[in-house]
Design a protein around this ligand. Structure first.
Ligand SMILES: Nc1ncnc2c1ncn2[C@@H]1O[C@H](COP(=O)(O)OP(=O)(O)OP(=O)(O)O)[C@@H](O)[C@H]1O
Ligand SMILES: [Mg+2]
Length: 250
């Protein structure tokens, strides 16, 4: 279990995370959902160990990891822009994290992961020869191969469209189940959050607005913010889809 206790963070005297308390169970998929600037990426980077918090505690399996380095925490992230190495081909990227690592995938596990993500036909391609969805899978494979204790995904679907989005969504869920991997996904899209995760954390200006299952969020929104942000956005989307549908069939 990952626990955040009274986590606070300021940037330039502006409170970005205000006394956050949170528990994430092993094997759970949690989405962090909130408007732009609400503190989602900051929270993800604090969990990863990339940026320090000002005060509070982070516990993993009951151990205080607040001062443990990013490397020793053993979590790993897929950044929004994937951050692939352009000088290495797809395979070079996937295997990169295994250099000088003791806990990463074995050769056999890596081969299995490559097949699981259907990357075998693309292994020798340069990064600029890959489609968006293929890049996403290479980035996922590179991160998964390091056997992260927690998988962090910052807006994993935002650069993808339609069908590919659905495929990657299904794959992320399958990966979490297959490797019993605690997965934290940052998104600003309620539909993504509600369809991908066991629990949704709704953040508003550095505060937790609600933390619950998708059903709880939909049926019992904790406050007007949740209602407005989540449900109105979904309605807008539904309206858009409806209008689009009408247009197509006019
Ligand atoms: N390194 C930094 N220095 C100063 N301010 C920062 C820094 N990083 C983030 N902030 C500020 O902290 C707040 C939260 O930023 P954060 O990136 O966590 O938001 P977010 O919820 O991920 O937004 P988005 O959906 O746009 O990615 C914003 O007001 C942002 O301007
Ligand atoms: Mg962000």
């Amino acid at each position: 279990m990952l626990e955040l206790r009274n986590v606070c963070k300021k940037f330039d005297n502006k409170i970005v995370l205000d006394n956050m308390n949170l528990e994430i169970r092993n094997g759970e998929i949690v989405s962090m959902l909130g408007p732009s600037g609400s503190g989602k990426s900051t929270l993800l980077n604090i969990i990863l160990g990339l940026i320090p918090m000002d005060s509070g505690q982070l516990l993993f399996e009951g151990q205080d990891i607040s001062r443990v380095s990013m490397k020793d925490r053993g979590f790993n992230i897929v950044f929004q822009d994937y951050a692939l190495f352009p000088n290495l081909n797809a395979y070079g990227n996937i295997a990169y994290g295994l250099k000088n690592q003791t806990r990463g995938f074995s050769k056999a596990e890596l081969e299995e992961l490559i097949d699981f993500l259907e990357l075998r036909p693309h292994l020798s391609k340069r990064i600029d020869q890959l489609s968006g969805g293929q890049k996403q899978r290479v980035a996922l494979a590179r991160t998964l191969a390091t056997k992260p204790k927690i998988l962090l995904l910052d807006e994993p679907l935002s650069a993808l469209d339609g069908v590919i989005k659905e495929t990657i969504k299904t794959r992320i869920k399958a990966i979490a189940a297959r490797y019993n991997l605690t997965t934290i996904i940052v998104t600003h899209d309620p539909e993504e959050a509600l369809t991908m995760s066991n629990r949704v954390l709704i953040i508003d200006q550095g505060h937790i607005s609600q933390y619950g299952t998708p059903a709880q969020v939909i049926h019992t929104p904790a406050n007007p913010f949740v209602e407005q942000f989540i449900l109105k956005q979904l309605e807008i989307k539904r309206d858009n889809i409806y209008h689009l549908f009408q247009k197509c069939h006019a």
